[in-house]
Ligand binder design. Sequence first.
Ligand code: MLC
Ligand code: AMP
Length: 503
Amino acid sequence: MRAHAEATETHSIPIALHPMNLHDLFAIPRRRTPEKPALRFRDDGRDVTLTYGDLFARADALAAGLAARGVVNGDHIAFFLGNRPEFVIAYLAVIRLGAAMVPINLAYRQREISHMLADAEPRLIVTERSQAAILDEMGVRDLILAEELEGCSADPAGFAFPAVDGGDLAMLLYTSGTTGKSKGAEITHDNVLATVTGLLAAWDWAAADSLLLALPLFHTHGLVVGLHCALAAGATVLLRRRFDAAEAASDLLAGMATLFFGVPTMYGRLVEELRSRGPGLGFSSIRLFCSGSAPLSAETFTAFRDLTGHEILERYGMTETGMNLSNLYAGARRPGTVGVPLPGVSIRIVDEELQVRGGNVFAGYWRAPEKTAASFVHDDLGRRWFKTGDLARQDPETGFVTLLGRRHELIITGGFNLYPREVEEVLVGFPGVREAAVVGRPHADWGEVPVAFLATDGPVEAAELIAFCKSQMAGFKVPREIRFVDFLPRNALGKVEKHKLPS
Ligand code: MLC
Ligand code: AMP
């Protein structure tokens, strides 16, 4: 095991005597303000506050315990649990050992989970009692329950924490694939550091901030943009198990937070909630509302501004890259645009496609060198650009970028992504379905929802088909509507022409 000298205790601000990693970034508030709340969690009948001192002491103890169970640098540890303090403790413990977290969307069913587990080969899975049944049914062993973390911990005194390099993986984030199977994006400590340092500067983060965080921690939005920025800034995270518009509105109106981050569906619901409460509402504490993960409509932007006086700041990112572009904190917020490059990010537009490079861009896809190679392009100077698949236009005057669509078919529903191909493959696995085409259709709440067109060999009961889909995949991927057609329109090459499907 590689050992290194811990940053010397004689300095109030740590000096990295080894390559910088995420714990070095968090060490500043950990040492400066150990008594300050890092995390407040209220849900499931619990009300928990963890100070910076408590949080990192618990993470260290768990890291020592995990090391005793054989976890080493380079291991993968899957997480199948909802937002709760133990998620954060366990994540910090895992990366303290140089292992990588592999978070699994809680809505996933066995088919989706087995693919991830078979691909990532985690040494252990951290879960919680309410979620463990599905893993038990799958015969998964090596579980650690969030409810029993203390029993898995050990005294960290004298434990030689391994050296963790900025190039080591912090997380393996699975992202839906055009080919129907999700792939693991390898995100290093340096990648996260790049996104976090860019956002700290761009959005003027300060230790005095408190972030109301109701986004799931299993995606980059809640995890990197929310949790990591807050911990790096020495701010407080008000963590919620899930988003509830009424509860969020009450918390915000009560002046609990200075920041709120959400997907457009959340803002749409907040608008409805605030409208229902009538005029004269004021936010005394909040300084910034941010939106991302899906397009924020100009209507929601305007309705929110009219109700609250706040212009939502829209930014753009991806699992593979962390954050790339952002509207301005102390400057223009143009609805319909995703702003300008964040510090440290370079962009270019080639054949309408947005390409990015910078320290934020991931290393590659786990065990998929061809997919990795196909996702990058080299320029004349040999520099590697990541092809985002997003089509974009940049205003020559202002530099602001507008997203125009996607190179590949992608449906974004409530901030979750799905590729039609995966759903189509499940649909044709149902007896009687000959061929299937899935398209995204606009939806007031979710932004878009999947709708399926089916050609069948005989009668197919839609309700049975939907039940089958629900057993096979997360609810957000299940078609909201099933339409039966005699055949799918195809071009001369046999490719389905989705634009010719009835509206
Ligand atoms: C839940 N449901 C959805 C859905 N979420 N349907 C479509 N789209 C979604 N996003 C369905 C469930 O299957 C269920 O259906 C029903 O809605 C109720 O489930 P729920 O869990 O109670 O839903 P709700 O609490 O209302 O969730 C809505 C939400 C949630 C908006 C709070 O979807 C959410 O947290 N979204 C955030 C996603 C996110 O973090 N994305 C970031 C990706 S990172 P049924 O039929 O079972 O009743 C990224 C990069 C970047 O994109 O730039 O950030
Ligand atoms: P994911 O694969 O879940 O990381 O989602 C990344 C994709 O979400 C991007 O490629 C975009 O298509 C989309 N996205 C993220 N932020 C925005 C935004 N502000 N507006 C529109 N689309 C967005």
